[in-house]
Design a protein around this ligand. Sequence first.
Ligand code: SDX
Length: 428
Amino acid sequence: MSDIAKIEIDGNSYEFPIYVGTENEKAIDVKKLRALTGGVTTIDPGYKNTGSCISEITFLNGEEGILRYRGYCIEELAEKADFLEVAYLLIFGELPTQEQLQKFENDIKDNAILDDDLRKILEAFPRKAHPMGVLASLTSALTAFNPSSVDASSEEAMYNAIVKIMGKLPVLVAWTMRKSKGLPLDYGNKKLGYIENLLQMMFKQPNEKYKVNPIIKNALDKLLILHADHEQNCSTSTVRIVGSSHAGLFASLSAGISALWGPLHGGANQAVLEMLAAIQEDGGDTAKYMAKAKDKNDPFRLMGFGHRVYKNFDPRAKIIKVAADEVLADLGVEDPILDIAKGLEREALKDDYFVSRKLYPNVDFYSGIIYRAMGIPTEMFTVMFALGRLPGWIAQWKEMRQNNEPIGRPRQIYIGKNIRPFVSIENR
Ligand code: SDX
């Protein structure tokens, strides 16, 4: 801590310490505000100016477009690491040795079988059910088969819960997709790596051997790394606040999946593809959609653009845009949607409405184009985001519980009616 903030209220002056982080971010510590001022609180809808916690996991600098997991730049991790390595880094704080990584992967594989009764729950869903609703329900249903809530103070109990969910969620993701396609549920092959086996579980046809395409495997590995954590975004904050009541890890993750579903958050990757397809239907009329996005009377927003924190390029969008070009070229896929996306980006980046509001493409703008080239259905895009974000949610939940953070319970300012006597129904 260093420096002091002075606040004057009704002629009284109060001093509050200023928290300074390792990257020189500053926050006024208002933990004692109500007590010192006789009940004054802060108000900040959407928490645009409010920090909920101190954390060692992820650092973002929105002005400079910086993203680091445990101090490592996202650009290096996306290039040089694989998803399980990054998951280990986020959850346990250090890059794993070869031996640690091998044990992590083996323990995850040993926990990748679901209770067969979960199939019955899955079978009960209509085929057209949105995969995010199915995934949130099945993740919550895991608590029925793993009833004991993890003892967060025990590293061993935490580790066992972590490898359990890291093993089971990919199966739920794959089964959710196969359910929507009426395909038999598959466990893949334990001999395969994490991403290869996920692809096999998702795409293997019952009557043929499945051969992993290395281009798709590498692209998916990179996409999951890029989505793995993002400090206190909406869904991570949800996982933290649900976990702060000491609800279990799986229940907290299920809540995070539901929060991610929203089109303003992770659901944007599906909404981007739907928007680009609509523009394509409209003969590529990007100007019409730009005008809609700028029209205050039109609720339409340019999906995949803008960010609460990034007021510069989302570094993930930069990496994914390059990857989209490479994957489509390597797969020999000509997708006019990519050209429409690039055209829209070009126009927005020179339009004052977007420039003045610092609205740049975010992680969701290009990711769907790659998922689509991989043959993943549009409604599954946010499910892939959830799988990528799983290690981040776990890491943040673990940090919150092991820091013994208090139950999350924000205050409010009441602006309703003052006290009034009850009126019997005859007199109303
Ligand atoms: C993710 O938080 C995270 O880290 C999230 C995430 C993660 O990894 O977890 O990065 C993932 O959720 C990325 C964002 C995906 N969502 C979208 O792409 C949906 C479209 N974008 C927006 O709805 C919006 O930009 C948000 C929700 C992302 C951010 O909203 P804010 O920070 O609350 O900003 P705002 O709504 O106050 O907008 C500021 C101004 C407003 O105009 P004015 O009132 O100043 O005139 O910018 C406008 C907004 O109307 N605006 C847009 C816009 N985004 C903001 N106008 C048109 N199109 C848009 N996309």
